[in-house]
Design a protein around this ligand. Structure first.
Ligand code: NDP
Length: 462
């Protein structure tokens, strides 16, 4: 009798949670029906939270989910700029200040023609959880513009960045909101934006942007942080299964900041990286990619990855970026962009014996692809956890700026390694505690969410 009652109450609890999540999700979709990437990010997080809400219904009673999926503030603005021929262009700028429960808003700026509110909101929502996982006092935000930096001169980039910052400056500050780079925004763009911010404020507020140049307040190891952190996380994940980066064959998509430094660290630890890509296609080099050549093409000359075969004619270049996942490997690291790895690609990877997948990019695997990995016992490291090293070192850059001092590369790198280990352990612990062992996606969402939710409850509804 007692058993029957408790079974019934457990079924009721499950139903309540299910109904609640469905209702909140429907509100999200009804409010903004076109924001498909944002819906995808919300659905992934909600799926992980089912056992948490069953155990702690207070999160439902206090309306935490309704609050967490609605940004504190959304700013969109006009970015007019003049090209080298004197023509005027107008782009759209965004900043989503999503959640400040744990600290000032923190998250990158993306300059890419695909940027819209859905993309910025999905990135911002993921950023809340990611920043929480780092254990540092930073809230979540994200921004950018639908501006295409490709093919623009330095002067055009400078004019765009200055115009962008002229508006953004009204909303950010070292204790309010601290942007950084992302796709299309590197040290050059951060420099131009910092220059404009300083001019407008007549004040050297180093802590207002991260990813700065080393000459004026940047942190050593920030450039490497996301890629290195990805490999530190991967190594932890592999170690638990008595595997190692050393001796593995690795495929990395993209050839930007995250990809290049993931490749560098993987090679340093003894892996052979056989393929990488850009948005036009991928290169395959069976003996292992020559990273110096990739850096020369992408970092120095802003060129195309296809140029690699001019130096190594024995390597192959394949047109089209999505087919990179046909290359057999032990470890796949999608480090380019969202939804670049679908169910079919995941199936191929599994068929070819992939052992681990680590998301260097944000939400690169779609929902179906993740299910394929989990169903086939492939180690799967979700972006929120795997690529958190970038923002973690950004927070270390802020700390150094506040102290007006700088740490050595080794000091920052040691802290990064420690942070990535902790993130991994916390994801494992949370997934185990809520009955989902081995599901690091759930572990990351649960561990990240609970800290933010508890801080929101402590601060009350405002
Ligand atoms: P970059 O702009 O430095 O590089 C992006 C790379 O991805 C380029 O090689 C680009 O090629 C390639 N790319 C873009 N779209 C596609 C596509 N559809 N298929 C294949 N390749 C593509 O960006 P980052 O390296 O900084 O960022 C990459 C990802 O990592 C993003 O998802 C970002 O949000 C995430 N991330 C970045 C962090 C950072 O610190 N930089 C921190 C955490 C996450 P092309 O040159 O042709 O455009």
């Amino acid at each position: 009798m007692t058993n029957a009652i408790s079974e019934k109450s457990s079924t009721n609890k499950k139903q309540n949670v299910h109904d609640y999540l469905k209702k909140v999700y429907e509100t999200v979709v009804t409010r903004d029906p076109n924001e498909t990437e944002f819906h995808q990010a919300v659905a992934l997080i909600f799926k992980s939270l089912i056992p948490v809400l069953e155990k702690y219904p207070t999160y439902m009673e206090k309306g935490i989910l309704e609050q967490i999926i609605e940004p504190e503030r959304v700013i969109t603005f006009r970015v007019p700029w003049v090209d080298d021929e004197g023509n005027t262009h107008v782009n759209r700028g965004f900043r989503v200040q999503f959640n400040s429960a744990l600290g000032p808003f923190k998250g990158g700026l993306r300059f890419h023609p695909s940027v819209n509110l859905s993309i910025v909101k999905f990135l911002g929502l993921e950023q809340i959880i990611k920043n929480s996982l780092t254990g540092q006092p930073i809230g979540g935000g994200k921004g950018g513009a639908d501006f295409d930096p490709k093919g623009k001169s330095d002067n055009e980039i400078m004019r765009f960045c200055r115009s962008f910052m002229t508006e953004l400056a009204k909303y950010i500050g070292p204790n309010t909101d601290i942007p950084a780079g992302d796709i299309g925004v590197g040290a050059r763009e951060i420099g131009f934006m910092f220059g404009q911010y300083k001019k407008m404020r007549s004040s050297f507020d180093a802590g207002v942007l991260t990813g700065k140049g080393l000459e004026y307040g940047g942190s050593l190891a920030r450039t490497e942080a996301t890629g290195y952190g990805t490999i530190y996380f991967l190594e932890e994940m592999l170690k638990d299964k008595d595997l190692s980066v050393s001796g593995s064959t690795v495929v990395v998509s993209g050839s930007g900041n995250v990809s290049i430094y993931a490749i560098e660290k993987a090679m340093e630890l003894g892996a052979t990286v056989v393929a990488c890509s850009d948005s036009d296609g991928y290169i395959y080099h069976a003996n292992g990619i020559d990273l110096d050549v990739v850096k020369e093409i992408k970092e120095v000359n802003n060129g195309r990855i296809s140029e690699y075969i001019e130096t190594y004619p024995e390597a192959t270049y394949v047109e089209g970026c999505t087919s990179i996942w046909e290359v057999p490997c032990d470890v796949a690291l999608p480090c380019a962009t969202q939804n670049e790895l679908d169910e079919d690609a995941a199936g191929l990877l599994v068929q070819n014996g992939v052992k681990a997948v680590g998301e260097g990019a944000n939400m690169p695997c779609n929902t179906e692809a993740i299910d394929v990995f989990l169903d086939n016992d492939v180690l799967y490291g979700p972006a929120k956890a795997v690529n958190a090293g970038g923002v973690a070192v950004s927070a270390l850059e802020m700390a150094q700026n506040s102290m007006r001092m700088s740490w050595t590369f080794e000091e920052v790198d040691a802290q990064l390694q420690e942070i990535m280990k902790n993130i991994y352990q916390n994801c494992v612990a949370a997934s185990g505690e809520f009955g989902l062992p081995g599901n690091l996606e759930a572990g990351a969402n649960i561990a990240g969410f609970r800290k933010v939710a508890d801080a929101m409850i402590a601060q009350g509804v405002v």
